[in-house]
Structures are given as C-alpha cells and as structure tokens.
Design a protein around this ligand. Structure first.
Ligand code: PGA
Ligand code: ZN
Length: 429
C-alpha cells in the first residue's frame, strides 16, 4: 500500500445552480490527501450522452440523486478501495466495468464523473500540486480563451428565442485578464442597451441577459452595438459565437424557429446561418444543425468550415469514436468537451486528444446546471485546450470558474498567457 492508495470514497447530495440535487464525491487517500468534486447537469442534452441517475417520482421534480449517492457508498467505494489514485486510467476503467452499461445508466454518469474528478483532485493534493499542473499543464500556464454568453435562449430561457447561446469571444485580447475585462464591459453595455429599450427582464439559466427580442436575429444588432459601446471593434477585438443547439428545435431534417414563425429544411437553416455569418462578426457556431443531421453538418462545414469554427456538442457528446468518424466525414472542425457527457476523465481526455489529433479545436465546457466546482478550468489549462465555455459573466457558479482562471494565471505572477493565434486556424482567413 502506498501513500496515494485510496482509503475511502463517499458520496453526498448537494445542490446545483437550478436548485436541483446533484452528486458530490469525496476521495481520501492513505496519506490523508482529500479530493472533492461535484457533478454538473445539462438541460439541452445530446441523446448519446452518459445518463445521470435520477430517482424520479414527485420530490424535486424527479431530479433527486439519492440512488446515485448510495451507489457511490455501496458499489463504487468498495471497488476503488486499495487502488492507487495516481493511476486515473485504472480508476476510470474500474468505474466503467462496474457500471457495465453503454449509457452509464447503472451507476449514473453523475456519480461516475464526480468520483472520477474527485480522484484526480486527491491525486493532485497528494502530489502537492494544483490540479492543472498535476494534469500536465505547461509552466507558466496557458489559459484558455473564454467564450462567454451575453444572451441566453432556448432551453435555458423558456425558449424565449430559439438560439440557445449568443456569446462573445475576445479574439483580440492580449491575455486572459484582458479577455475578461472586455467581456465584462460588453456584458454591462448589453444590459444597459436592453434597459434603455425597456427590454431588461432579468437573466437566463447561465447568467446571460433574458432574450427579450422580437426575432432571433435581433440579438446580433444589440450584441454588435454593445461591443462598440464598450469601445471595442466587433470582429477584431470581440467576435460573436453562437450555440444554435439545433437538436432542440429540429429533427429528421426539419427545423422550426418558433420566435421567427418559420419552418425550414436543413439547407434552409444552413443558408440562414451562412447569411448571418456574412452579415455579423460570427466566428463560431455550435450545433448549427441537429445531432441527427450529419449530412447537413458535413455540408455546412464544407461551405464555411475554413473561416468559421463549427462545433459539435450534442452530435459528438465528448466521445472519441464519434469525433474520429465525424473528422473522417468532414462534419465539424471543433469538439465541445464536457466531462459529464462521457462519464470519466480518461474518456474526456481521450475525446480531447482525438480532436487535437484530427487537427480540430477543442472547447472545454461547463453545463447549464453548475456549482462552485472549478474542475473544468484545471482540465482546460492542464490539457492545453485553447478555449473554455462556462456560460455568462454573472452568477457565482459561472464567476467561480472565471475567477479560478485568474487565480491560476496569478500563480506565476502573470495575467494569463493565451494560446497562440495558430490555435485558431478558422479565424485567420
Ligand atoms: P446544457 O447546455 O448544459 O444545458 O446541456 C449547454 C450546451 O448546449 O452547450
Ligand atoms: Zn451546446
């Protein structure tokens, strides 16, 4: 038995940013090192994601996680007892075998990812290193370029507009600190513009302004004005990124934009998106078409993938096999990386490495249901992901992540070195 041997694993029930129960895992090692991690939760989920184990029934809308927490104490804990926390691959292999299902529905993706991440935290504590450094990050650390929501829509805002995320990326910022400074100004200016137009109705699930727009497209004009009002140049300093989350309003090749009262096929939606790209400084589109519309995704990537980042979320679900297939077909050029879509850190890293290996980009991402857990920031830095997506610039479950990035930057006295421009081949044309 070594000092990094797992001595105890416990599950706990805590609460997420939507006031729903979620799973916390605690891992203790023989030398007294401790790691904690909390599972996040999605609301617009891909059908191929690892399934959360939820109790169902009436309490808490069916979202309770007592079975998932019990599973940690009664099934996972005895199996991890005596394993070495520094061997993340062996730990995750044990979790996967123990679960034994393709969709992680026995133990629950929520229980598995909480334990998998807590093991990594315990191992980093044992090594007396911050997690990003334990995971192999360069020194001084490279911070990911943030993608930050200004307006929330879709499943995160009562479907007030169809597009789920209107985000900004501070492409011209010199460092992570400046990227946050600029985004904070754009967020504030967007709120003031909404207030001036009597359109300020509060915020959506991830902290973005509630999208009180007459059409989906209205958001772009306000976003461009907000960037200008902040004293920045749209496109050069701060560009626009979208998460269309098209699986939420389309399937079988048909799409319905309820806010615009329009119905269209895959080509129609693609044409609309291309028109928006031509008219507004949009540099990234996530899930532009539904997860079942591979031919549409391939066509769109072929059409504009040389100048726009085409990001697969619901379609790829942080799965290395799916990323390999999509890359072979030329569908998308960037993978969204959400640890709880896969269920373990090892599989998450595999997905990210597969994306990088295919010459793709990778964006480490939070979920719409979050907590104070900041593990994803360490994953992005430790794994050298060039971008991170956390939601907006309001609410503590979001700012906890942005602030953790500042803390990581500060550890070498820096403002947060960003990836070189070559990490963003789509934006240089
Ligand atoms: P979710 O959405 O966390 O609610 O699934 C986030 C996203 O689609 O990127
Ligand atoms: Zn998405």
């Amino acid at each position: 038995m070594s000092a990094s041997t797992i001595a105890a694993v416990r599950g706990y029930r805590v609460w997420d940013s939507r006031g729903r129960p979620t799973v916390e895992a605690e891992v203790r090692l023989v030398d007294g090192s401790v790691g904690h991690a909390i599972a996040p939760a999605g609301a617009s989920r891909g059908s191929g994601e690892a399934k959360d184990l939820r109790d169902g029934g009436l309490p808490f809308g069916g979202y309770d996680v007592r079975d998932a927490v019990d599973g940690i104490d009664t099934t996972i804990a005895p199996s991890l007892d005596g394993l070495d926390a520094t061997d993340q691959a062996a730990i995750d292999r044990t979790l996967i075998d123990l679960d034994g299902t393709a969709d992680r529905s026995r133990l629950g993706g929520n229980a598995m990812i909480a334990v998998s991440m807590a093991v990594a935290h315990a191992a980093a504590a044992h090594a007396a290193m911050p997690l990003w450094q334990w995971l192999g990050g360069s020194t001084p650390p490279q911070l990911p370029l943030p993608e930050i929501q200004i307006f929330g829509g879709g499943a995160h805002a009562g479907r007030r507009v169809d597009i789920q995320d209107f985000m900004v990326v501070a492409v011209g910022a010199d460092d992570y600190t400046e990227a946050l400074d600029w985004t904070a100004e754009v967020y504030r200016c967007a709120g003031e513009l909404m207030a001036n137009d009597s359109r300020l109705y509060g915020i959506a699930d991830e902290g973005g302004w509630w999208p009180a727009f007459d059409t989906n497209e209205d958001a772009f004009a306000v976003l461009v004005r907000a960037i200008e009002w902040a004293g920045l140049i749209p496109g050069d300093d701060v560009a626009i990124a979208l998460d269309v989350a098209a699986s939420e309003f389309g399937q079988g090749g048909r799409y319905r934009l309820a806010r615009d009262g329009s119905d269209m096929d895959s080509d129609g939606l693609a044409e609309l998106l291309v028109r928006w790209v031509e008219q507004y400084p949009i540099i990234s589109i996530e899930d532009p078409l539904a997860e079942d519309d591979e031919s549409g995704l391939t066509k769109l990537t072929r059409a504009i993938g040389d100048r726009v980042q085409i990001v697969g979320d619901d379609y790829l679900v942080t799965n290395a096999g799916r990323i390999t297939e999509a890359a072979a077909k030329g569908a998308c050029n960037t993978a969204l990386i959400k640890p709880n879509q896969s269920g373990t850190l090892t599989e998450t890293l595999d997905a990210l490495r597969t994306a990088h290996g295919a010459g793709w980009g990778a964006i480490v991402s939070a979920r719409s249901g979050e907590t104070e857990d900041v593990t994803i920031v360490h994953l992005a830095v430790g794994w050298n992901a060039a971008q991170i997506k956390v939601g907006s610039f309001a609410r503590s479950e979001r700012l906890a992540k942005w602030n953790e990035g500042l803390r990581i930057a500060r550890c070498d006295g820096g403002r947060g070195r960003l990836p070189p421009r070559s990490a963003f081949p789509w934006w240089q044309k």
